[in-house]
Design a binder for this molecule. Structure first.
Ligand code: ARG
Length: 247
């Protein structure tokens, strides 16, 4: 009987206790999504989410371990406990929320359009792209892909493994437009696009980004929401935001 009692109690303890016992917070992310997580010249993963994860680990009094994971397998990896939390610019969608829990959103973004220069003026919004004569790309398993299939369904669609590949194909004139999250498109435009491509930077979807944990992890969600409130109001969030979005 003692065993029967001990088991459910241990299960209730949750991820927050596991992190404390282990002495390490394990964060799952897929680098390549600037400015949230990218690999720098030294081979280190850096970005907005990384700085936030560092703060989080510090506030927990534990070490930080980043677990690099392919985007299309990131939710199964969370569920099978490869890490404690997803901090990877993930859009909170109702479909994903059926499988995992989300903390309160930490930023709101939306899909924008990187466009082949020759189409400037002709294509003014996603509606103009919704035509069989256009070829549009986005990234596998993302909300960019979902938005394209839903809202630009008449165009030919190409799915890319990485966002970098998609932008490159656009710059090389292989596709007419690349649909993706606004912060990424803005950074990609500054990096390689000027003079070659156009950024239609008015978002046409509503996408809150949020940290995700396993279902039922209410203690962890409670901690995360209170942590987010703290950093949003004590200047920490603004400092990290300015570093990655305004420099
Ligand atoms: N916000 C988009 C989504 O949730 C793309 C996020 C991609 N993140 C990344 N780290 N590669 O589908």
């Amino acid at each position: 009987t003692l065993c029967l009692l001990a088991l459910p109690l241990a299960a209730v303890a949750g991820t927050l206790d596991e992190i404390q016992k282990r002495g390490t917070l394990r964060v799952g992310m897929e680098p390549g999504y600037m400015p949230f997580e990218l690999t720098n010249k030294k081979g280190e993963i850096v970005g907005f989410d990384v700085d936030m994860a560092k703060r989080m680990a510090k506030a927990m009094g534990v070490k930080l371990e980043l677990v690099s994971t392919a985007w299309d397998g990131i939710i199964p990896a969370l569920i099978t406990k490869k890490f404690d939390i997803i901090m990877s610019g993930m859009t909170l969608t109702q479909e994903r929320n059926m499988k995992i829990n989300f903390a309160n959103p930490y930023i709101v973004i939306g899909q924008t359009i990187l466009l082949r220069k020759e189409l400037a003026g002709k294509v003014k919004s996603y509606r103009d792209l919704n035509d069989a004569k256009y070829t549009v790309g986005s990234k596998l398993g993302t909300t960019g892909e979902q938005a394209t299939k839903r809202m630009i369904h008449k165009a030919k669609y190409i799915s890319y493994e990485t966002e970098q590949e998609g932008v490159l194909e656009l710059v090389n004139g292989k596709i007419d437009a690349f649909i993706y999250d606004m912060p990424y498109n803005a950074a990609a435009f500054v990096q390689r696009g000027q003079g070659k491509i156009v950024h239609l930077d008015k978002p046409f979807t509503y996408e809150p980004l949020a940290w995700a944990v396993r279902k039922g992890d209410y203690d962890f969600i409670n901690w995360l929401n209170n942590f987010l409130n703290q950093v949003k109001n004590d200047g920490t969030y603004d400092k990290i935001y300015r570093k990655w979005f305004e420099d």
